[in-house]
Design a protein around this ligand. Structure first.
Ligand code: NAD
Length: 251
């Protein structure tokens, strides 16, 4: 099957489905200039992850964590939704996306126009900063200013450690969001996965729930994933190109 015929088939199935869910990972945002984790040139080639326990127990780890965050900040604030985010937002606008479940922390689905309550952020959002003691939220922009002024490991007025409102390795998943994502995958009849290696939980489980429910499973990803054999359609090409070509077949 050529990529063109895969895209036509994807459009037809999308239009004939009732409960369409889109599930995204870091790969949907690489065309916006945000590197993913596991591709060549991805963030894991540069950094080892800092686990939640290390962050909470060591000031040195917090300094290193914030140093990395501060160096990624200019790229992150400059990032704009790409053709794939825009297509997903247009599909939502047409009533063809029930919800977007994302592992991403960049907020680009919302910037593209998907309403906040339709984006299930499994790993939080890096534009917010949370106090690990009193839960107060701050804007990343204010904290970035403090870091640039020399505060290496910013703390809350209550004395708690400030951390971007994202889920670190070793940190508990948000219960409400995880339940919502599981329910969506258990009840959808069409799931499109875009740009995820599907290696970490719950991402590694969600397509399986959709399949068990009899859903059509489609995937757009440049590399292999553990679900390739179970996909009804797997398109190995860039998400932005594929999603804009798809839109030509959606009235
Ligand atoms: P990952 O890095 O493990 O995998 C990304 C996948 O996307 C790879 O399989 C890669 O081949 C594919 N890909 C890359 N560019 C693509 C493109 N243009 N079109 C189609 N496919 C493309 O990402 P993951 O599975 O989402 O796991 C990484 C974790 O890191 C997530 O939990 C996420 O929270 C976090 N993360 C988020 C961002 C972000 O918010 N933009 C960026 C980096 C990491």
């Amino acid at each position: 099957m050529t990529i063109d015929s895969q895209i036509i088939s994807l459009a037809k199935t999308w239009l004939s489905s009732q409960q369409q869910v889109v599930f995204t990972g870091a790969g949907i945002s690489t065309e916006s200039g945000i590197p993913d984790f596991r591709s060549k040139g991805g963030l894991w080639e540069k950094y080892q992850p800092i686990y939640y326990d290390e962050f909470m127990s060591s000031r040195d780890a917090r300094i290193e964590y914030w140093k990395r965050k501060a160096s990624l900040y200019p790229n992150l604030v400059a990032a704009r939704p790409n053709k794939a985010h825009i297509a997903v937002a247009e599909l939502h606008e047409k009533g063809l996306v029930k919800a977007v479940v994302t592992q991403n922390i960049d907020g680009l689905h919302q910037l593209a126009g998907v309403p906040n309550d339709k984006v299930i952020e499994l790993h939080g959002n890096t534009m917010r900063v949370r106090c690990m003691s009193c839960d107060k939220l701050e804007s990343i922009h204010d904290i970035q200013q403090r870091i640039e002024a020399g505060d290496e490991a910013p703390e809350c007025t209550c004395g708690g450690f400030l951390k971007p409102d994202t889920i670190s390795f070793g940190q508990a998943m948000p219960v409400e969001e995880t339940n919502k994502a599981v329910n969506l995958c258990n009840s959808c009849d069409f799931l499109l996965v875009i740009g995820s290696t599907l290696l970490v939980q719950p991402a590694s489980l969600l397509p399986g729930y959709a399949k068990q429910n009899g859903a059509f499973l489609a995937m757009i990803n440049l590399s292999e994933t553990p679900y390739d054999g179970e996909c009804d359609i797997k398109i190995e090409d860039k998400a932005g190109e594929v999603m804009s070509a798809l839109m030509e077949h959606i009235p």
